[in-house]
Design a protein around this ligand. Structure first.
Ligand SMILES: [Zn+2]
Length: 223
């Protein structure tokens, strides 16, 4: 949601709009086989404890998250091999009409710079799928052809508005593989429902966990 209307004192300098494209970890759908998110209360003030204290249990692909090459590739890069600046970049939110997979024709025709992120706003956002706790197996994914075009255009990160860039049921994960083999980060589980198509700066910082093959992020778009 945009925070543009918040009091000026709360608004960071130089940005007119900030869109939070992350989803609540405790309400996001979970990919079949992944760990359920849980927050266990160890101390509770409403039970007479002196403070509130909780412990979290979650998969590294929970909610809005980044996939690193080590997710699929032997010896692939892990979280700590990226400079924090790798997670801050110009981004384009691309509106994709229709109910089928993202095709090459959906990519923007004009292209001014390499090293951008492309975030696909599809029917998943129109159906609000990231806000439904139950998993939907008919989500819109990327075609391999569109993925190859992303590689050719030297995109730095590809994002999609559900929890996988690959079609459900294709365990060979051709889209993941094509992106990660070309060192293109994958941002999954973003919520673009309220975000107009267009250009932004993307910030999606992973948790600092050495060896991580993926990590939840707090992702925002600013402009
Ligand atoms: Zn993932």
């Amino acid at each position: 949601m945009p925070y543009a209307s918040e009091a000026a004192s709360n608004k960071p300098q130089n940005f007119n709009e900030i869109y939070d494209i992350s989803v609540p970890l405790n309400k996001a759908p979970i990919y079949p086989g992944d760990r359920q998110f849980s927050q266990e209360w160890m101390e509770r003030m409403d039970k007479g404890d002196g403070y509130n204290l909780s412990a979290l249990s979650l998969g590294s692909h929970a909610g809005t998250h980044l996939d690193f090459p080590a997710h699929l590739l032997e010896g692939g890069k892990r979280q700590e091999e990226y400079h924090p600046g790798s997670f801050i970049m110009p981004a384009e939110v691309v509106c994709v009409p229709g109910d089928g997979p993202v095709l090459p024709g959906s990519l923007p025709e004009s292209w001014t710079e390499s090293g951008q992120a492309l975030l696909f706003k599809t029917g998943n956002s129109r159906r609000n799928l990231m806000h439904q706790a139950s998993f939907s197996d008919d989500f819109i994914s990327l075609s391999v052809q569109a993925t190859r075009l992303c590689v050719a255009r030297e995109v730095r990160l590809v994002g999609i508005d559900y929890i996988s860039v690959d079609e459900y049921g294709d365990n060979s994960l051709p889209v993941h593989r094509t992106l990660l083999e070309n060192d293109i980060l994958i941002l999954e589980g973003i919520d673009l429902a309220a975000v107009p198509c267009g250009r932004y700066t993307l910030i999606c910082l992973p948790l600092k966990i050495e060896g991580a093959e993926a990590s939840p992020v707090r992702a925002v778009l600013i402009r």
